[in-house]
Design a binder for this molecule. Sequence first.
Ligand code: GRF
Length: 207
Amino acid sequence: MTTKKTPDPFSSRRLGVLISGRGSNLQAIIDAIAGGRLEAEIAVVVSNRADAPGLALAKRAGIETVVLDHRAYPSREAYDGKLVGELQARQVWLVCLAGFMRLLSRTFIDAFPGRILNIHPSLLPAFPGLEAQRQAWEHGVKVTGATVHLVTTDLDAGPILLQSAVEVRDDDTPDTLAARILEQEHRLYPEAIALVLDGGVTPLPQR
Ligand code: GRF
């Protein structure tokens, strides 16, 4: 006799990946799972933009995609509530922001306490916000990098899980620097996800 297993919401390794654009970090997660470096399953990829190139990467890998256009919702809370519903309906345990260009409200944060990750292209707390690679280059720092952190309602400010340093070369442009940081992002994100799924991070109370 075979029984269909319902995913246990507290021990599941089901991921929900949120994107807005290119999706190269999504692809790195897909590759890490396929290559046996990350034991997990991507239950769904959600984009707030219908034209996000990353959606095609998900489809190619046979992953369900959902487009939720934020412009169709009257408030951030209304949008986030819908987003939470879509993820919970698929028993998502860990939410991975991968170039998702939206701030999350408490409605969302409280639904996944300590279970939302983000990747950012700088050594936080330096250079939060947009174009972090260019910010670092313009500031003239000699070392920058990538950070995976837990998400709170404050932009790019949650507890840090893993970081990787990247040297800034004299002949770098913002683009060459961003490309080397991206290589590190693709290595770091699957590693951080594995760390959380394996219980290496105790969920912290949210501020
Ligand atoms: C990455 O640089 C990530 O660190 C930042 O947004 C970018 C997303 O790139 N949060 P991609 O869509 O994963 O290629």
